[in-house]
Structures are given as C-alpha cells and as structure tokens.
Design a protein around this ligand. Sequence first.
Ligand SMILES: Nc1ncnc2c1ncn2[C@@H]1O[C@H](COP(=O)(O)OP(=O)(O)OP(=O)(O)O)[C@@H](O)[C@H]1O
Ligand SMILES: [Mg+2]
Length: 480
Amino acid sequence: MSSVDDGIGRLRNAASHFLSVANAAATAARSVAAPVTGPWSRFRQWLKLGLPKGLYARALLIIIMPMVVLQSVVAFMFVERQRSLVTYYLSSAVTQELATLIDVYKSYPQGADRAQLRRIAQERLGLTVDFLPETQLPPPGPKPFFSQLDVALSDEIRKQIGLPFWIDTIGRSSILEVRVKLDDTVMRVFVRRADAQGFNSWIFLLWMVVTSLVVLTIAILFLRNQIRPIVRLADAAEAFGKGREAPNFRPRGAREVRRAAAAFLEMKTRIERAIEQRTTMLAGVSHDLRTVLTRFKLELALLGDSPELDAIKKDVDEMAGMLEAYLAFARGDLGEQSAPTDIAAMLEELKADTERHGRSASVAFHGQPEVTVRPAAFKRCLANLVSNATRFASTVSITGHRDHRWLTVTVDDNGPGIPPPLREDVFKPFLRLDDARNQDEGGTGLGLAIARDIARSHGGDIALGDSPLGGLRATVRVPV
Ligand SMILES: Nc1ncnc2c1ncn2[C@@H]1O[C@H](COP(=O)(O)OP(=O)(O)OP(=O)(O)O)[C@@H](O)[C@H]1O
Ligand SMILES: [Mg+2]
C-alpha cells in the first residue's frame, strides 16, 4: 500500500514541481518582456488582441498571408514591368510606321487626295491616314495623370520623327489619334490602341485569383483534417479531467499529434491503474481486518457480560462501522459510468431524507437541471454533506445553480459550524470534531473525505464556509 501511495505522492510532487518551474519561466518571461514599452509593446498588444485565438484560424492566416503578399509582389513586379516594356516596344514600332509614311509622303509626289499613300497605310499597316486642310495643330489636350502609353508614344515620336505633333490617348476608346505637322498640311493618323499598348493584365490577375482560391480551398480542407485530431485530444483530456470516458478516442493525425495522444492515453491508464490499485488494496485490507474483527466479536460474546468488556465491545463495534464505511466506499466507486442526471430531482430526494429526520429543509434549483455525472457517486457526495448538516442543525437549505460552465450545489445549515482553521482538517479521513460535541452520535469521519474525493474525480471540488443561516456552508462545484 505504501508503495502505491509513494507512487501517487511522487506523481503529485512531479506535477507541482512542473507547475512551479512553469510559473518561474512565465515570471521570467514577463520580467524580460516588461521593460519593452512604447510602439513595440503596443504592436504586440494589438497583435494579441487582433489575432484570432483558434489554431485553425491562425494556421489559415499563416498560409493565406504569405500567399497574398507573394502574389501581390509577383503581380506588381512581373505584370506591370512586362506591360510597360511591351508598351514601349509597340509604341516604337507604330512610330516607325508613321515615320515611314512621312518619308514616303515627302520623297514621292502624291495625287491631290494622296490616295496611294492612304491605301498603302490602310492595307499594309492598318492605319487610317488623312491629310487635313488646316496647317495648325490643335492646342494640346489635357494629359492623362499617369499613362505609360502617352509617355512612350510621345518619346518615340520626338525621337524618331522630330516634327511638331499632337496626340490623344485619353479615353477608353480602342482608337488613338496622332497628328503630325508637315510643311503644308497636317497628317492625321488613327492607330488601334492594341497595336501600341501592351496586353491587358486583368485576365492574368483573374487567373491568379481563381487559382489561389482553388488552392486555398484545398488547403482549408486539409488543414481542417489536421486540426481535428488536436481538438479531439483536447476534448478527451477535458472529459478525463471531469471523470468521464472518451470511448471513441484514438490517436490520429500528424506524427506529433499522434505522439501527444498516445502519451495522454498512457498517462490516463497509469493514473487509472494507480487509483484502482489503491482502492482495491484498501478494500482488501479493510476486508481482512473485518474478518479478524468478527472473530474478535465472537470471542467477546463468549466471554459473557461484564462492565469492563462493554467498553471493548463498543470500540470493536465502532471499528467495524469504520471498516464497513470504507468498504462501501471502495466498492461503490469502482466502474460507475457517467450519465446525464436530473440534479434538481436528486436535491428533492435529499430534502425528503432530511425531513424524514425531523429537520426543516428547503431546496431550490436554478438553470438547466440535467448534468452529466456519475449519479450514485455524486448523490453520495451530496448526501454526506446533507447528513452532516442534518446531524448538527435543525434547518437545512440546499441550493443548486447551473450555468454554462459549472454546477454548484450549496448546503447551508444553522448548526455550530466549523471554525475556519479546522475547515481543511475535517477533510482528512477519520478525523472527527464530534468527540467534544456528541460522543454517541459520531460517524466514522470519512464523510467529507469521500465527498471531496468524488467532487475531485468529477473535476471539481468542495469548499467550506460560513452560512447565512449561522452554521456551515458546504459548496460543491463541478464542471458541466
Ligand atoms: N455541518 C456541519 N456542522 C458542524 N460540523 C460539521 C459539519 N459537517 C461536518 N462537521 C465536522 O466535520 C467532521 C468530519 O465530518 P465527516 O462527514 O467527514 O465525518 P462524520 O460526519 O463525523 O462521519 P461520517 O460522515 O463518516 O459518518 C465531523 O466530525 C464534524 O465534527
Ligand atoms: Mg459526515
């Protein structure tokens, strides 16, 4: 027995050591982080508040952010540069055609309406050429704010032709207009915008966005499958903490998650085995002692009646009672399954029991009464508290309250209460304060120890305090 207790003690020591180390690390981290104030800490604060809390959302963000940044940079650097380069090449080519036409016009005599030149321009170059009767260029039109085409075409005309000119590249129309002042006339040329300007990049961008969306959808689906085992592991650990089973839990997912799950399962088995070993061992010891005690009683009975023996008999009876209680506890708590239980009805039953003992009792419950607990164990926990109150007081009040996280049951009485320094001690097994108060009615001193054990195995605890009724208030709190 001592080796099991030693083992549990060591586990507990290791856990508290781990907690203290973690606390120290956290304090150190805080003290290192503390001197950093100003914009950096404000940024971190903002990051902390602004970042999503869930792993799923965070992982998605980690995937999406680089993708968006990368694509934006690629789109800007590659597409825009390419486009402006192509625009320069095309403008240069169009200007070469214009220069050729002007050279032909100047070098070879033309008919009155320059029909030959216009035909060649139209058929061979796809340019619509007119020769206007006026000899002046119109005043320069408004320049577009930022147009590569306008800049590139103007540059090229200035470079290659070197005559006064006027261009109109504004508007969404597919035709550009260029006028060049010649000696006796103004040549007007209509150029198709597509001949002078680089391709439009919106199709490229559309493709990029669509592909990104497809890739993202696939990433989201895969990611969800990766996160699910972690969520399951968290659920299983939570259920175990509340003393419930997670029957379908199996290690799944990525290697690291699988390892964590396997480690959790192993730890769970070890803890369960340690608890079971302790309980069966104590049950065994109690059982053996009971056999000896029974023999003892028999021998005492054979010795007949005498005042000296009465005291011994009373002690033996008390010892038998203690063992009986312990055996009941050790037997009763093994293997009970959690189930949704109507706590309000349970409290009503406890009230009826109290009234049967001739005490006045009241009960109240707030919230949804159905809670998943181990019903018999949880009832024994509450019954122990209520029976204590019944023993010491004339009025008992039981209140249940359930919210989204906790089920809280309070048992108030108007008895003598327990002085604050002793409130932790009374949870120790076999400890009774009764001796001074009422020697005959004393129990075994196991009630509160058992109640706390049950509350803790549900992931909760019991606290003692002052009751508004004047006596003791016992509060049980378990997670729902
Ligand atoms: N409501 C209460 N008012 C005053 N004292 C109490 C109250 N509840 C418990 N105590 C004190 O705490 C001690 C321990 O209580 P506990 O329930 O563990 O043992 P017990 O009631 O003596 O025995 P058992 O419950 O096993 O029959 C009791 O002996 C009693 O002195
Ligand atoms: Mg008791």
